[in-house]
Design a protein around this ligand. Structure first.
Ligand SMILES: Cc1cc2nc3c(=O)[nH]c(=O)nc-3n(C[C@H](O)[C@H](O)[C@H](O)COP(=O)(O)OP(=O)(O)OC[C@H]3O[C@@H](n4cnc5c(N)ncnc54)[C@H](O)[C@@H]3O)c2cc1C
Length: 527
């Protein structure tokens, strides 16, 4: 509960669970907070849910929870009492005083069916007292159905229920008699109009048997149909600044819902809605579908946010790679950054060269410079880090005074430091990575520093490394091919001996055998 979830889903009915499933399968951390009062709890079965026809509401939700759990979704049985915005997300407060953090909220709190005030109705809700012919019509087909008319909308309901049963009555309960035109329609469908008002639900042997009128007369019925007012459970959403709006059918207000776009996004950034709270007409299947849609939109929003954050971090890391102080810090923070072995492409390409003057560019802790000096080269080892150079100098002393005397350690940033032209018989740049223009400018100056007859050796991480290996460095803008470097050399003054992508076996940072691909350029200065 201490972590920040990618999403907290408030309400674990069909909409919330479908949203949680989609989010969990999208590898998002998701917590479902559910108070355990789904709207259809009183119904025996769920109907019109393709492939799950006639499943009990409890069983359907159990299956849903198991599916969400399978992908790592978590559950808490509690009521969400409030949520406040914090940074880019929310702090969600539960009724047991626990708090959870969420980057995004999916509110699927459903609606409340507000029943007409008639003794006995609430007790029989979902059994003998029904509201929706699509949910129950088939099961009570041809039975005696009394539509309790508490609003003018009841006339439409009576006509609708007539599709399922020829025995439909309209019980007037606080509404005027139908107009002549309405009475004609009802008569045409064989729907009798019973003057009210009703006084109570009649029950015998634990079975609903009818409605007792205020007059004392009893109307025998198997089913009472009510027009419940469908009120969005929107307390939490109101706290977040969202107001429900009335829903009208045929000019009659039937309830309220919280406005959202087709993907469930509300006017409050970071808050999505799904199911009955956003659509009073949603059935279980469509509530679930809206949960899926909203969850996909939430994931897309998080992907966009993750990418924005990643770009900031990428730029920071890039800056670190190019920054003098950052390199110094990197060397200072650990006793050794590099292996102490000379770079393999230097060994491969310089072993056969006649020693002379060498420039080791980006010398780090000096392994290449020492290797060259051991072979008789007089080396200028250049790096931006004083710590790295000091380590190199110390290692050289350990190897021997003669080797040490052949190396000059120079702290400089070669992007700015002047370089003598035609001064070196070997210029070696091993894994020095700069962005495009800066790289081309530096390599041109390195090439100019090579004396006639001398060798330019440039080695770097080839861009194909990114798609060939599990790579530790992902800065395509810093990588280059040997061909790219070769193309910048004047053919009148250079002979390119090697320009290739060369595989190099290496155990990666996670201990796996990997093959890295180096860009290797070897060019001889001819003029
Ligand atoms: C009697 C009856 C029978 C029905 N039969 C059918 C049928 O056969 N077929 C069909 O398709 N549809 C049927 N429906 C409609 C069906 O119930 C809804 O379409 C469906 O429940 C909507 O799903 P939902 O996820 O939006 O909301 P709900 O299923 O109502 O789930 C909302 C959940 O949110 C929780 N919650 C609310 N507020 C909070 C809070 N602050 N903190 C934490 N949790 C909270 C609730 O406890 C609840 O568990 C029936 C409805 C009724 C009333």
């Amino acid at each position: 509960m201490n972590e920040t979830y990618d999403a907290v889903v408030v309400g674990g009915g069909a909409a919330g669970l479908a949203g949680a499933l989609t989010l969990a399968r999208a590898r998002r951390s998701v917590l479902v907070v559910d108070a355990g009062e789904p709207r259809n709890a009183r119904a025996g079965h769920v109907h019109n849910f393709l492939t799950r026809e006639c499943t009990s509401p409890t069983e359907l939700l159990e299956i849903g929870r198991a599916e969400v759990s399978r992908y790592g979704g978590e559950f808490v049985t509690a009521r969400v009492e409030g949520a406040t915005r914090e940074d880019d997300g929310f702090v969600v407060v539960l009724d047991d005083r626990r708090r959870v953090r969420a980057r995004r909220l999916l509110v699927a709190t459903g609606l409340v069916d507000e029943l007409p005030d008639l003794p006995g109705l609430a007790e029989w809700w979902g059994r003998g007292v029904l509201h929706c012919p699509y949910c129950h019509g088939w099961e009570v087909r041809d039975r005696r159905v009394g539509v309790l008319a508490t609003s003018p909308f009841a006339l439409q309901q009576a006509e609708l229920w007539r599709q399922w049963s020829p025995n439909v009555l309209l019980l007037l309960h606080g509404v005027p008699r139908p107009t002549d035109e309405e009475a004609e329609r009802l008569a045409a469908r064989g729907i009798a109009v019973v003057p009210g008002p009703a006084a109570a639900v009649e029950v015998a042997n634990d079975t609903l048997t009818g409605v007792r009128l205020a007059s004392g007369e009893v109307v025998p019925l198997d089913v009472i149909v009510v027009v419940s007012r469908l009120t969005a459970r929107s307390t939490l959403l109101k706290q977040l600044g969202l107001k429900p709006v009335d829903v009208e059918v045929g000019g009659h207000v039937i309830g309220s819902q919280v406005p959202a776009d087709p993907n469930g996004a509300t006017a409050v950034p970071g808050v999505w809605v799904a199911g009955n709270v956003a659509d009073v007409r949603a059935q279980v299947l469509t509530a679930a579908a809206s949960g899926l849609t909203a969850a996909a939109a939430i994931n897309a929003d998080l992907v966009a946010a993750d990418t924005r954050d990643a770009v900031v971090e990428h730029r920071r890391q890039m800056q670190t790679l190019l920054d003098e102080a950052a390199w110094e810090e990197r060397y200072r923070s650990q006793p050794a950054v590099w292996s102490g072995n000379p770079n393999p492409q230097l060994v491969a390409e310089a072993a056969g060269l006649t020693p002379g003057r060498a420039l080791d560019v980006g010398s780090g802790e000096g392994a290449d410079a020492i290797w060259l000096a051991e072979r008789g080269w007089r080396v200028t080892a250049v790096d931006v880090s004083a710590t790295a150079l000091a380590r190199g100098a110390a290692h050289a002393e350990e190897v021997g005074a003669e080797v040490a005397s052949r190396i000059e350690w120079l702290r400089a940033d070669l992007r700015e430091h002047p370089l003598a032209e035609e001064a070196y018989d070997l210029v070696s740049s091993q894994y020095l990575h700069l962005p495009g223009d800066a790289r081309r400018a530096l390599f041109a100056r390195l090439a100019a520093a090579v004396a006639p007859g001398g060798t330019l050796l440039v080695v770097g991480h080839d861009p194909s490394d990114l798609w060939m290996t599990s790579h530790r460095m992902h800065f395509p803008e810093l990588m280059f091919t040997a061909e790219e470097v070769a193309a910048c050399l004047d053919p009148a003054r250079w002979r390119v001996l090697v320009a290739e992508t060369r595989p190099r076996a290496k155990v990666d940072s996670e201990g796996r055998d990997s093959t890295y691909r180096d860009a290797v350029l070897v060019a001889r200065r001819t003029g």
